[in-house]
Design a protein around this ligand. Sequence first.
Ligand SMILES: Cc1ncc(COP(=O)(O)O)c(C=O)c1O
Length: 410
Amino acid sequence: MYKHHSALGLVTAPTGRSAAEIAHYRPVQPVTLLRPHAATRAARFFAERFPGKSLYAVKANPSPDLLQVLWNAGVSHYDVASIGEVRLVAEVLPDATLCFMHPVKAEEAIAEAYFTYGVRTFSLDTIEELEKIVRATSGGDGTAASDLNLLVRLRVSSAHSKLSLAAKFGAEPAELKQLLMATRQAADAMGICYHVGSQAMSPAAYSDAMERVREAIVDAAVTVDIVDVGGGFPSWYPGMEPPALEQYFEVIHAAFEALPISYSAELWCEPGRALCAEYASVLVRVEKRRGSELYINDGAYGALFDAAHIGWRYPVRLVRDGGSEVKPAAFSFYGPTCDDLDHMAGPFKLPADVGPGDYIEVGMLGAYGCAMRTGFNGFGIEDRVIVDDEPMASLYADEEREQRSNVVKL
Ligand SMILES: Cc1ncc(COP(=O)(O)O)c(C=O)c1O
């Protein structure tokens, strides 16, 4: 019965389908459970409560189905970081506004984005990149483009975040003033952007970064039209329970309002993880148990890249008829490939009697999980179904938000 569904690829399930119902089919391959309602809820939350414009960072999950869900929920701007993402989003959402926010781009990619896809917004962190953008977007007669939105990327601390983005990109402090002044000359609208690192566990990450923005503006004495606070908005994982997102928005809004910029300046953000983590989970089957190690049918080369490579802990739950009364114990996972590296240390807490033939839902894999899948060792085949039960945790479901805001205060 399940095989039939596999052949169809994405299965639009009748309403009311849940992870437990999918497990009833006893699928042999891992199954990605998609929750469009969760992505819609996240997008609406940002649209209604973030005090500016939200761009979706496509790298977190470039699935065309998700892009369509976010578009339908009102997300009109997309942070793309490669020409592949530019082409993809332009094809799926021809009316979307694309912002090419990778500070190191191929000149050919800039030209294609500008001339073929109408991209006008680019980020940069060196004079060389600025020159590249100006060259690639000039007309045949060498006339410089007059419609560029250029955002200078600042290097800011990742101290509050679980995943650092502080080493690779960001203008050198000694070059910043000159870079801002030169960019101002080339830009129609000029902005400053940064990224505080992914899964920022405190709103202070953003206020600290805004202080760097203030210093940069004062030092270079330039007019700034856009302040883009990047991604980094957290999701919920075991051992990483963040404060309510409203607290981040309040801190950002207050810091933005205090900047020496004009009233017409715009505030942007580029959430990836926060918009799509709850969108997908993966239902895996246990093929073998060796003590506290479970051999499951997805892993490091599938949706669990971060669990294996950086020890990210995802929520897990046993999906078994009648559940289990047995107390939880700590398990690690091995994925299906023949590679020792295909190992997820966890610990993952599951009922102590879990064993071969059981199904486990691994939650919050919508961001940087499904996007990382490979076909290594012949294990990449993936079935996807839409379910409409709740994700394993949510920063957006009203009830959970209330509990969270009672527990965690700034
Ligand atoms: C430029 C940029 N913007 C946004 C994001 C999305 O970050 P997050 O998923 O932490 O929200 C990233 C992630 O690497 C990024 O590099």
